[in-house]
Design a protein around this ligand. Sequence first.
Ligand SMILES: Nc1ncnc2c1ncn2[C@@H]1O[C@H](COP(=O)(O)OP(=O)(O)O)[C@@H](O)[C@H]1O
Ligand SMILES: CC(C)(COP(=O)(O)O)[C@@H](O)C(=O)NCCC(=O)O
Ligand SMILES: [K+]
Length: 281
Amino acid sequence: MQGHPTMRNTATDSGSNQRNWLALSIGNSRLHWAWFQGEICKQVWHTLHLDASAGEKLIHAWNRGELWCGGLESPGPLGGEAIAPNPPLWIASVVPQQSALWQSYGRLNIISLENLPLLGVYPTLGIDRALALVGAAGKWGWPVLVVDAGTALTLTGADPEGRLVGGAILPGFGLQLQSLTEKTAALPPVTFPGTLPPRWALTTAEAIASGVLYGIGAGVRDFIDDWKERFPTSAVVITGGGGEILLRYLHQSAPEMAKQAIAMPDLIFAGICCIKQQQSG
Ligand SMILES: Nc1ncnc2c1ncn2[C@@H]1O[C@H](COP(=O)(O)OP(=O)(O)O)[C@@H](O)[C@H]1O
Ligand SMILES: CC(C)(COP(=O)(O)O)[C@@H](O)C(=O)NCCC(=O)O
Ligand SMILES: [K+]
């Protein structure tokens, strides 16, 4: 978000030291973390979901003023930084069991739909979808459409007045692949290809990859076409773990649409930062 994070030696800079805070977006597949100094996003990382003991270890480290990454993928201190103990933690979660791990943390802010600068929300709208819209609008203005290729793939749009128009939810790339393997006798596990598979495939693995990728891609194109007819000036922002491959598909099959689409892998953090600024006065 906002270009590359600016690295500075914060251990000797007590002003910015006090301005450290953490953002955690809890998705159904992974935890998405960001370390901020004020409005500057210094680092983003992703981990698996944590268990209670891993959560406690992180809280202890933060209480000591050590900025540890959570989880198995990249344990250890971030950039060797020492920070003021107890950095505020701002959480957006669509997985209640995972947000429950942080309940005992002293400086916890769980973001809810109330008070978001988004009109017309319905009570069960995912907070990740709402925050992604707020983040996208903060950068590109209203109207805006967000395509989030996460565990579920969601499309979420808001009109020129910042009112939710609505959206759609379908199984994301990983979930579609996994469900084919789990619910059939003959289909093998297929990890998602980094490059586009042939559309007319001659192996089982490529046929699965083709069906899922071109199937999701065509559906997303159709939604974007419809959205652009309604809101021709709207930005279309693509995010989520499957965002890169989705954009690659669009570049191949709908280059004009792809050129107008904006990739923002860290969109959710733009939304969280915006809400933190608003709520911290
Ligand atoms: N390292 C990774 N771990 C898990 N999923 C990944 C990874 N890289 C890409 N993906 C893809 O991203 C999707 C999950 O997206 P993500 O935005 O992390 O989900 P969520 O926010 O729902 O936890 C999966 O469909 C998967 O195929
Ligand atoms: C649709 C979602 C499961 C997407 O979550 P994700 O794939 O990012 O983990 C989540 O936004 C959610 O639980 N939404 C609630 C239902 C709704 O938005 O209408
Ligand atoms: K998401």
